[in-house]
Design a protein around this ligand. Structure first.
Ligand SMILES: [Fe+2]
Length: 496
């Protein structure tokens, strides 16, 4: 295991290249219209201190960089499943990392933020993030994969001044359940002991950790946050996120036994005031010494709501955030850093990787309802299984049938023909998870849905196959065109 001080020093050297940014926004290029949003904020004297931009087409990102030359940019990546023991063997990993670095370079990003979560594991695919297994081996694998990504950034993303964007790992939300053998903050402490990455602490995600672990049955939220922050490597937190929470449409407005709403991460939803109370508690903690930025995550949210929430957050927190950042940078400047090469982590051995791969195969089978909850990492989850049941019986079917493309709207004729043959769409959910399958392209849930639905129809109603194929061809064509079409951001720029 590498010397902790050595890793910490490497982190400190990399952190020095990130200037204090203060309050900003984490946005999507397409939704809502980014330029309309920025112009509206500027009119009100509320120019964001930075923008963290979600993965988009190369052309859109270049346009954003050109259009807001006075605003620092950072990058929110997607599709690098660094939690997975076999990700580096995936035929698409090198390509995905290469694309990520190109995007970092195109916006001169200060960092690469990526969730510590995945949408694919052991040959099974999901539409939204599921959290990693919180185990020691899993933490080692995450650290090893981050090392590889950071090395690629160091090689291909190095700027003229010799610095390179820093990998920031974001603690993911829980969607009704978690599984593992160690506490979540301990997991992140293990990762940061091995690799010089920074962290993103998302306040809404933290609320879901309280809500969907035993803590909410044991202690108050305030006490939970206090205990969590003592254990979590807060000294590595470079950015804080605050986003909305809401009940999922497949579940509705319901409350559990503890009287807490069944909220999950929801960027389009309003930010509940309880998250600002937690933010105050986090900002006041003396271990928060590497903070550079706090963003409201507002992708897919209506512009009026963003402006209102951002104005309120600036009024309430911008001074406090500046103070917190200044407190940390004062400590940093007094640090003596010895010149060292970048820290290197030992690779995780093949048998450990295989063990974790098996654990993730079981994980996918458990949460999709194909296997019973067995294994040490599911012991605590099984005690109060309502969360995982909720995920399996409501959330996952909704995801496969409606999220990211509603099947009945995508394949109207095929679905009518299936109904006429008494083939229920619910059967497609079981078909989807029936067996693992090798990856055929970089993660794209929409394309995967089309591919799998065609296979389902071919098996269950072969005489409807031609109809499904026609609808499938039209969808693929429309999707390709939509990805090539003049980007909305470019149109906006032209009209300015
Ligand atoms: Fe976030």
């Amino acid at each position: 295991m590498p010397d902790l001080d050595f890793v910490q020093q490497d982190f400190q050297r990399r952190l020095r290249n990130i200037p204090p940014l203060g309050m900003g926004l984490s946005v999507d290029v397409y939704s809502p219209n980014l330029f309309e949003l920025v112009n509206k904020l500027k009119e009100l004297g509320l120019q964001p201190g930075y923008l963290e931009v979600f993965k988009a087409s190369a052309a859109s990102l270049t346009t954003v960089r050109r259009a807001v030359p006075d605003i620092p940019l950072a990058y929110h990546g997607e599709g690098l499943w660094i939690t997975q023991p076999d990700v580096q063997e995936s035929p698409f990993f090198q390509q995905d990392v290469g694309e990520t670095v190109t995007q970092l370079n195109s916006i001169q990003s200060l960092w690469l933020n990526h969730e510590c979560a995945m949408k694919q594991m052991a040959g099974y695919s999901f539409g939204t993030y599921v959290p990693p297994l919180y185990t020691q081996l899993s933490a080692e694998v995450v650290a090893a994969n981050i090392t590889t990504v950071q090395q690629a950034i160091d090689l291909q993303g190095r700027r003229a001044d010799g610095t390179a964007p820093l990998f920031l790992l974001e603690m993911p939300p829980l969607t009704y359940f978690s599984a593992g053998t160690i506490p979540i903050p301990h997991f992140f402490r293990l990762v940061t002991a091995l690799v010089p990455c920074g962290l993103v602490l998302d306040i809404g995600h933290l609320w879901t950790v309280y809500r969907y672990t035993a803590a909410s049955r044991r202690i108050s939220l305030e006490r939970f946050v206090g205990e969590f922050l003592e254990e979590f490597p807060l000294e590595r937190v470079v950015e804080i996120h605050v986003a909305g929470l809401a009940c999922h449409e497949s579940v509705g407005e319901s409350k559990g036994r503890e009287g807490l709403p069944e909220w999950i991460d929801a960027h389009a939803a309003p930010i509940p005031s309880i998250l600002f109370t937690i933010l105050e508690q986090v900002l006041a903690h003396s271990n928060l010494v590497s903070l550079r930025a706090v963003a409201l995550e507002v992708d897919t949210k209506p512009i009026e709501m963003i402006v209102e929430e951002y104005a309120e957050a600036v009024r309430r927190f911008s001074f406090l955030i500046q103070q917190t950042i200044a407190r940390g940078t004062a400590v940093e400047q007094s640090m003596e850093l010895t010149p060292h090469p970048a820290s290197v982590q030992e690779p995780v051995c093949q048998s450990d990787r295989q063990q974790l791969r098996d654990d993730y195969a079981r994980y996918a089978q458990i949460i999709s309802g194909q296997a019973p909850m067995t294994g040490q990492e599911w012991q605590e989850t099984a005690v109060e299984a309502t969360g995982v049941t909720r995920y399996r019986t409501s959330y996952v079917p909704y995801e496969i049938l409606h999220w990211g493309g509603d099947l009945a709207e995508m394949f109207p004729q095929t679905c009518r023909a299936l109904a006429g043959r008494d083939v229920s769409l619910e059967e497609f959910v079981a078909f989807w998870f029936r067996s693992p399958r090798p990856l055929t392209h970089s993660y794209d849930f929409f394309l995967l849905k089309i591919e799998r639905f065609l296979e389902f129809v071919a098996e269950r109603a072969p005489d409807v196959r031609v109809c499904a194929q026609q609808e499938c061809d039209m969808l693929r064509q429309a999707y390709a065109q939509a990805n090539e079409v003049v980007e909305p951001v470019m149109e906006m720029e032209r009209s300015r």
